[in-house]
Design a protein around this ligand. Structure first.
Ligand code: ZN
Length: 149
């Protein structure tokens, strides 16, 4: 009986760590204005999906700053434009922008930051994007994001 209980505990531990691993990823950004991934699929089973943005470059954030923003594809242009107006102090995101599903702060070379995507707020079949809202970056620093099965 004691043996069975410890086996169950062990199995539970394994299951927990496996699902946690699927509910997070790391995206790298560099001084060449590039993300390391072009597309991302978020498992539907995750309550939240943690994205760690790692700036592998050396340039400071006022010159080559990067953030990681998630929105519907249709909202990307508007968020970028309003973010530019909001400026660096607002991390190039208009305060309380309801179109933004998740966003990190802007970081410079050598820094990293993490944000949680609330998976329950995403709809399967909708076209989402992730991008960097630093002025001039969104045209190349972008990728598609979908909710997987
Ligand atoms: Zn950027």
């Amino acid at each position: 009986m004691k043996y069975q209980l410890s086996m169950l505990a062990l199995l539970a531990t394994i299951c927990t760590s496996a699902s946690a691993a699927e509910c997070q990823t790391t995206v790298e950004a560099n001084d060449a204005m590039q993300f390391s991934v072009k597309s991302m699929e978020v498992p539907k089973s995750c309550k939240k999906f943690d994205v760690t943005l790692k700036h592998t470059g050396k340039m400071p954030k006022n010159m080559m700053g990067h953030n990681f923003v998630v929105s519907l594809e249709a909202d990307k242009a508007g968020i970028s434009t309003d973010g530019m107006t909001a400026g660096a102090a607002a991390n190039y995101i208009k305060p309380n922008d309801k179109r933004v599903i998740a966003a990190t702060k802007v970081i410079g070379g050598g820094e990293s930051t993490t944000v949680s995507i609330p998976v329950g707020n995403l709809a399967a079949g909708s076209d989402y994007v992730f991008f960097c809202s630093f002025p001039g970056h969104a045209a190349v620093m972008k990728g598609s994001l979908k909710v997987g099965s």
